[in-house]
Design a protein around this ligand. Structure first.
Ligand SMILES: Cc1cc2nc3c(=O)[nH]c(=O)nc-3n(C[C@H](O)[C@H](O)[C@H](O)COP(=O)(O)OP(=O)(O)OC[C@H]3O[C@@H](n4cnc5c(N)ncnc54)[C@H](O)[C@@H]3O)c2cc1C
Length: 369
């Protein structure tokens, strides 16, 4: 443990490291640098993919890896995972400055238990992180007054995304937060470059004692059923064709699927209003209470551009909006806008893209001959 340590608790799904862990590591490196400290990662698990997880978290920036490798940890279980993390961190002379996890089902389950044990604060669903000073001048609790040079700034939307709140808790370390998946870019993982590094530049792996108690098995996992939500990952798509209330029906989403099929690595997405209408399932929802996405291209069809939708897609590389209302808010942040009825525009787009593709193929064939 070093002073100013930033610790990420890794998450694995089916033995594979979750993207949010890698996103978080790359972002947290900036915090560790500001603190002049170390970026470390706690990996709990077991099985054939563990080796790859270790390499990936290192490639994403981890300088120290705390490894708890045990068959009992092969699958996430709240109490055993909690036990191993708190047992290890409690042995350190000082707790880490910052402890972060993904704002996923696992992170939301585990982080509060760790925070409760260390009697420290926890900001949930954070979208930005930084380190900075804070002076607490007043308040009823005199013991809290003071100047704190290195606070974790955990920024998160509040009041229905109309405000961004900076949440601080500098009185006790670890300062904790969970971070929404997809808000930070996924780092490029180059395992070949990593393996080519000299040993002294590689991450240190510290094996952690696993001493799970009988009481930690109060909950038994009898079966794991992966639902639709874990099979569909719209965050990994390069192109998202999203539909909103303006689609008018579930049928309309078939048209969007047809447009999506014109692109490689593409998927259909939706606004919450379309999901609420049961036109499409929840795992496709983009926004504050859905997924945060950053595809290369986002085509929003019949979506007004409410703040709660915007926060989930505004980091897309290019946004095209199709809406019949020229004053729809989405046109204020889209890169390109098409005003008109989507049921005229989308079929025409599909026709043009398909025609362009066949023209391209013909040209290629002509060149080949
Ligand atoms: C706490 C909270 C969390 C929320 N979380 C989310 C979230 O995660 N994701 C989300 O999306 N929303 C979320 N919302 C809801 C959000 O506030 C909006 O209500 C929602 O995004 C609106 O969806 P929409 O744009 O599809 O519908 P509308 O706002 O009704 O817009 C429909 C648009 O379609 C256009 N249109 C209609 N017919 C056509 C046509 N034929 N051709 C072209 N355009 C047409 C209209 O001009 C209109 O602009 C949340 C709200 C709250 C309070």
């Amino acid at each position: 443990m070093s002073k100013g340590e930033v610790l990420i608790v890794a998450e694995q799904v089916d033995g594979k490291v979750a993207n949010v862990t890698l996103e978080l590591l790359a972002e947290a490196k900036k915090l560790a640098d500001k603190l002049n400290g170390t970026l470390s990662c706690f990996v709990l698990g077991h099985g054939p993919n563990l080796e790859e997880t270790l390499l990936k978290v290192e490639a994403a920036g981890a300088q120290v890896i705390y490894l708890a490798d045990s068959a009992e940890l092969a699958e996430y279980k709240t109490l055993p995972y909690r036990r191993v993390v708190i047992d290890e961190v409690s042995t350190w002379a000082e707790p880490p400055h910052t402890l972060l996890m993904g704002s996923t089902t696992t992170g939301r389950d585990l982080a509060p238990r760790i925070a409760a044990f260390f009697e420290t604060g926890l900001t949930a669903d954070t979208i930005e992180l930084d380190i900075g000073p804070y002076e607490h001048k007043g308040g009823t609790d005199q013991s809290k007054i003071g100047y704190f040079g290195e606070c974790l700034y955990a920024n998160r939307p509040s009041f229905g995304e109309s405000l961004k709140a900076r949440i601080l808790g500098p009185w006790k370390n670890p300062q904790m937060a969970t971070i929404r998946p997809g808000v930070f870019p996924l780092p490029k993982i180059d395992l070949e470059a990593l393996k080519a590094k000299p040993a002294e530049e590689r991450a240190k792996i510290k094996k952690v004692k696993v001493d799970i108690q009988k009481t930690d098995y109060r909950v038994e996992i009898t079966k794991t059923l992966r639902e639709l939500s874990s099979k569909i990952d719209i965050t990994a798509a390069d192109v998202i064709i999203a539909g909103g209330f303006g689609m008018g029906s579930a049928e309309g989403f078939k048209l969007l699927q047809e447009l999506a099929d014109c692109f490689e690595n593409s998927v259909v997405g939706a606004s919450r209003k379309a999901v609420d209408m049961s036109w499409i399932a929840y795992p496709y929802q983009v926004g504050q209470t859905g997924k945060t996405v950053r595809p290369k291209l986002y085509i929003a069809c019949g979506i007004s551009g409410a703040l709660q939708h915007r926060v989930g897609m505004q980091k897309s590389e290019a946004i095209i909006a199709i809406n019949k209302d020229p004053d729809a808010p989405i046109f204020s942040f889209a890169d390109h806008g098409i005003v008109g009825d989507l049921y005229q525009i989308v079929p025409e787009l599909i026709k043009q893209i398909k025609a362009g593709k066949s023209l391209n193929t013909k040209n290629k064939e002509a060149v080949a001959h």
